[in-house]
Ligand binder design. Structure first.
Ligand SMILES: O=P(O)(O)OC[C@H]1O[C@H](OP(=O)(O)OP(=O)(O)O)[C@H](O)[C@@H]1O
Ligand SMILES: Nc1ncnc2[nH]cnc12
Length: 179
């Protein structure tokens, strides 16, 4: 499938729910995309095409929706998978970063020994909104001393400051579609 067709198929299979989980929020729902075999495969194919020749050693996925895409991509490009998890889920010593969300506060953690200075990393999440989650993820990769190649998202929300927040921090990002 060519790139334009793949990106259109992906965008067309993302749902929209108004006023969820709070009034004023437009929720972008990836569950129709995941259930559509061709569209889900297109996400992984486009990302794999971008990252397979870049010497990526580890794909970091952000809990929970980021895990779905990150683990499939890791398998596809022959890299490892490292989970960036919500607090209290990882059993060994962690680095930890707190952040503000579009609707609430949260924290991400990574095992301190999950990445080393030898690792070249891509961070994957389903969606970039305010950028708080992605910035925390990037900081965790850097806390481990690994090289962060790029952060990639299935969806970027145009009217929220995620892209500019990452750019201001000098962090390159890539997205499959924008709303
Ligand atoms: O750019 P931001 O404003 O930080 O928001 C984006 C984050 O919000 C959602 O995760 P959520 O914390 O809702 O968790 P989930 O994946 O477990 O549903 C989404 O999956 C991103 O991780
Ligand atoms: N508008 C939104 N839709 C889906 N997931 C989100 N995570 C943060 N903002 C979101």
């Amino acid at each position: 499938m060519n790139m334009d067709k793949a990106l259109t198929l992906i965008a067309d299979n993302i749902g929209r729910i108004d006023d969820y989980p709070k009034p004023g929020i437009i929720f972008r729902d990836i569950t129709p995309l995941l259930a559509h075999a061709e569209a889900f495969a297109a996400c992984i194919d486009v990302l794999a095409q971008r990252y397979r020749e870049q010497g990526i050693t580890q794909v970091c996925g952000i809990e929970a929706r980021g895990f779905i895409f990150a683990s499939a991509l890791a398998y596809r490009i022959g890299a490892g998978f490292v989970p960036l998890r919500k607090p209290g889920k990882l059993p060994r010593q962690t680095y930890s970063r707190q952040y503000a969300l579009e609707y609430g506060d949260d924290e991400l953690q990574v095992h301190r020994d999950a990445l080393t200075t030898a690792d070249k990393v891509v961070v994957i999440d389903d969606l970039l909104a305010t950028g708080g989650t992605a910035l925390a993820a990037a900081q965790l990769v850097q806390d481990c001393g690994a090289q962060l190649q790029e952060l990639a998202f299935i969806i970027t929300l145009n009217d929220l400051p995620g892209v500019s927040k990452l750019a201001q921090a000098g962090l390159p990002s890539y997205t499959l579609c924008r709303f």
